[in-house]
Design a binder for this molecule. Structure first.
Ligand code: 5GP
Length: 253
C-alpha cells in the first residue's frame, strides 16, 4: 500500500491525507499526556476506545442536526473526516466545578454551577493553552463575534446532547472540551464540530459513587484508564455488556 502523507501529528491523534480532496483520515493513538505533556504514557487500547466513542457521539450529534466533521469510521483506529480550518480555540463547557476552574476560583470540586459556563482557551502548547476573553479572540482575529455566537450555540447543543446520553447511563457530564472548524460550501462558510469527543476531553463521574471515568484517572493516578473508558463504552452500548475489562477492546458493529 502506498505510504500516506501525514498532515499533522498531535499528542493523541495523527491526521493523514484522505482519499478525496477535502477529506482527512484521523488516527487515534494510544499515547496519553497530561499537564501540557509533562506526564506521558502509552495506554494499550485507548485509541481504539476513543475512536469508537467519538464515532458514537458524532453520529448522534449529526442525527440531531449538529454539524460535525465525522464522515465514517474506517477501522479500529481510524475515521474519515472532513478537512476543516481549525479555529485556534479550545471551547470548554462546564456544568459542575472541577479542574482548572476549581483551582483558579477556589470553588470546591463537585459544586454544581448555576448554569453551564463556557470558557475559551487559546490553542498554543508553548503557552499552555491560556484562558482568553472574547475581547482577545475578536481583537486578534481568531474568530468573529458572529463565529463566537455560533460557537456558543453549538457548544450548548453538544452539552445538552452529551449530558442526556450520559445521564441515561448513570454518568454525570461535569465538563468537556470541543474544537470547531470552518468549512466552505461555495462562497458560504460555516462552523462545524471537529477533533474528537471522548473521555480524553470530558470529565465523567459515576452518578452513584462519584467514581471518575475519564482522563483524570491518568492525570491523578487513580487506576486503570482502559478500565474507566471501557466502562463508559460498555454503558453506552458501544461494547458488549459482558466483555471483561480489556486492554484490547472487542468492538461490536
Ligand atoms: P480543565 O480546564 O479543568 O483542565 O479542563 C476542562 C475540561 O476540558 C476537561 O474535561 C478536560 O479534559 C478538557 N480539556 C482541557 N484542555 C484539554 C486539552 O488540551 N486536551 C483535551 N483532550 N482535553 C482538554
Amino acid at each position: 500500500m502506498a505510504r500516506r502523507k501525514k498532515v499533522y501529528e498531535g499528542k493523541a491523534k495523527i491526521l493523514y491525507e484522505g482519499p478525496e480532496p477535502g477529506t482527512l483520515v484521523q488516527y487515534f493513538k494510544d499515547d496519553a499526556t497530561a499537564y501540557n505533556a509533562q506526564k506521558k504514557d502509552v495506554i494499550d487500547g485507548k485509541g481504539v476506545l476513543n475512536n469508537r466513542l467519538s464515532e458514537f457521539f458524532m453520529v448522534g450529534l449529526n442525527a440531531i442536526g449538529v454539524p460535525t466533521h465525522f464522515i465514517k469510521r474506517l477501522n479500529m483506529r481510524e475515521q474519515l473526516i472532513r478537512a476543516v480550518e481549525i479555529i485556534p480555540l479550545e471551547i470548554i463547557v462546564r456544568n459542575v466545578a472541577a479542574g482548572s476552574l476549581s483551582t483558579r476560583l477556589g470553588i470546591e470540586e463537585g459544586t454544581p454551577l448555576p448554569r453551564p459556563i463556557i470558557e475559551f482557551c487559546y490553542k498554543d502548547d508553548k503557552l499552555g493553552d491560556p484562558l482568553v476573553a472574547e475581547e482577545h479572540i475578536i481583537a486578534f482575529g481568531w474568530a468573529s463575534q458572529q463565529d463566537l455566537d455560533d460557537i456558543v450555540a453549538l457548544a450548548l447543543r453538544v452539552n445538552d446532547f452529551l449530558s442526556g446520553c450520559m445521564l441515561a447511563v448513570g454518568i454525570k457530564l461535569v465538563d468537556f472540551k470541543i474544537e470547531v472548524g470552518r468549512v466552505w460550501d461555495g462562497d458560504y462558510q460555516r462552523l462545524i464540530l471537529a477533533d474528537e469527543i471522548s473521555p480524553d476531553s470530558c470529565r465523567l463521574w459515576d452518578i452513584e459513587t462519584g467514581k471518575k471515568l475519564d482522563k483524570d484517572v491518568f492525570r491523578r493516578d487513580l487506576g486503570s484508564l482502559t478500565d474507566a473508558y471501557t466502562e463508559v463504552a460498555r454503558r453506552l452500548g458501544v461494547l458488549p455488556s459482558n466483555s471483561a475489562p480489556a486492554t484490547k477492546p472487542h468492538l461490536i458493529n
